[in-house]
Ligand binder design. Structure first.
Ligand SMILES: NC(=O)c1ccc[n+]([C@@H]2O[C@H](COP(=O)([O-])OP(=O)(O)OC[C@H]3O[C@@H](n4cnc5c(N)ncnc54)[C@H](O)[C@@H]3O)[C@@H](O)[C@H]2O)c1
Length: 339
């Protein structure tokens, strides 16, 4: 084959390859460091075995799925949330489907907003298993209400739970990790901790606050390279987050949680979280499109992102008011989805 022909072929193939890569990028469900770690990095199956992992919010959604996937890796597991019977149910399923024995799982119920319980809970974990390798700050609640219609009590509750509850538990576990010079503090934040969406002003604020806290904490721990502070930012994921969301008043619940099936499967989100833990990633974004694309746009072209957010945000409020999930039907009629 002549050089001219080879060059001509290359010139033809290059745009094709570029298009293929672009399509792959547009279909990605994680940021580039996370996808690289998934492709080339350490496997959770090699890295996380024999660890003591404490998961808050383990009675439902992401925390529950995390318990199931961890129970297949041979860790010691601490399951926390408020409802003991739900935690016992999760424990039973972990024992049925995983490789753990009863002694490997501690059910430790407490309310994250009751900060006076955090020290005793931490001591109970250390007493049971002798150490804490990974704390997964996962417990939290979202919000579905317009700022102007929302009581200040709701904003306070979101900060108490999502922000101060996480800060307090992290502060209880930190001295133990500093003494051992190792450990992972993994916090389930949200893309709402990076970008902002309507109907969730209190939630976004609590998650933005968490990101600020975690980034500052990480810089304070530079002398302890064995302690990893990890900020996990998922987009929409299948769980009970909408059903359990706060509304205008503390006592008012969501009337219609809408169809959640378009969201990322919980198992995929949790798998990517485990990859991030195995590879000590500092911050990861986990989301299907167009949510991931919007996070990138917000980072690199904030003014364009704001223009699009204002259009999509209007649609989000419309969706919510017409009784479908706020995030669905961005590109089609909300009435059609409601039927
Ligand atoms: N599902 C999503 O779309 C999504 C997206 C981004 C971030 N997140 C975050 O993921 C985390 C888990 O949420 P999820 O989606 O699994 O929702 P979920 O409602 O299914 O689970 C939330 C868990 O937190 C626990 N919890 C709530 N209030 C508590 C309290 N006061 N004390 C102790 N535990 C409490 C619940 O009991 C439950 O176990 C949250 O921090 C949420 O902000 C979820």
């Amino acid at each position: 084959m002549s050089w001219e022909l080879l060059l001509a072929l290359l010139a033809l193939c290059a745009p094709l390859l570029l298009v293929v890569q672009l399509v792959r990028f547009l279909r990605a469900d994680g940021d580039l460091t996370l996808l690289w770690a998934e492709w080339q990095g350490r496997r959770p199956e090699w890295e996380l075995t024999d660890m003591v992992v404490w998961v808050t919010g383990a009675s439902s959604g992401i925390g529950e799925e995390l318990a199931y996937q961890l129970s297949k890796l041979g860790v010691s597991l601490v399951l926390s949330a408020r409802r003991v019977h739900e935690l016992e149910r999760v424990k039973r399923r972990c024992l049925e489907n995983g490789i753990l024995k009863g002694k490997d799982i501690l059910v430790l119920p407490f309310d994250l907003t009751d900060r006076s319980a955090h020290e005793a809970a931490t001591k109970a974990v250390v007493q049971e298993f002798g150490k804490i390798d990974i704390l997964v700050n996962n417990g939290g609640r979202s919000q579905r209400s317009l700022c102007a219609e929302t009581s200040l009590d709701v904003f306070k509750e979101l900060m108490e739970l999502n922000y101060l509850g996480t800060v307090s538990l992290t502060k209880c576990v930190l001295p133990h990790m500093i003494e051992r010079k190792q450990g992972k503090i993994v916090t389930v934040n949200s893309l709402a901790g990076i970008t902002s969406v309507p109907l969730s002003s209190g939630y976004c604020a609590s998650k933005h606050a968490l990101r600020g806290f975690l980034n500052a904490l990480r810089t304070e721990l530079v002398d302890y390279p064995g302690i990893i502070v990890s900020n996990i930012c998922p987009g929409p994921v299948q769980s009970n987050i909408v059903k359990n969301a706060l509304t205008e008043e503390l006592t008012k619940t969501i009337e219609n949680e809408g169809d959640q099936s378009y969201k990322m499967p919980t198992s995929r989100c949790v798998r990517l979280m485990l990859i991030s833990m195995a590879n000590d990633l500092k911050e990861v974004w986990i989301a299907d499109q167009p949510f991931l694309f919007m996070a990138y746009l917000g980072q690199y072209a904030p003014t364009w992102a704001w223009w699009i957010t204002s259009k999509l945000g209007k649609k989000r409020i419309e969706n919510f008011k017409s009784g479908v999930d706020a995030d669905c039907a961005y590109f089609s009629s909300s009435k059609k989805k409601a039927n």
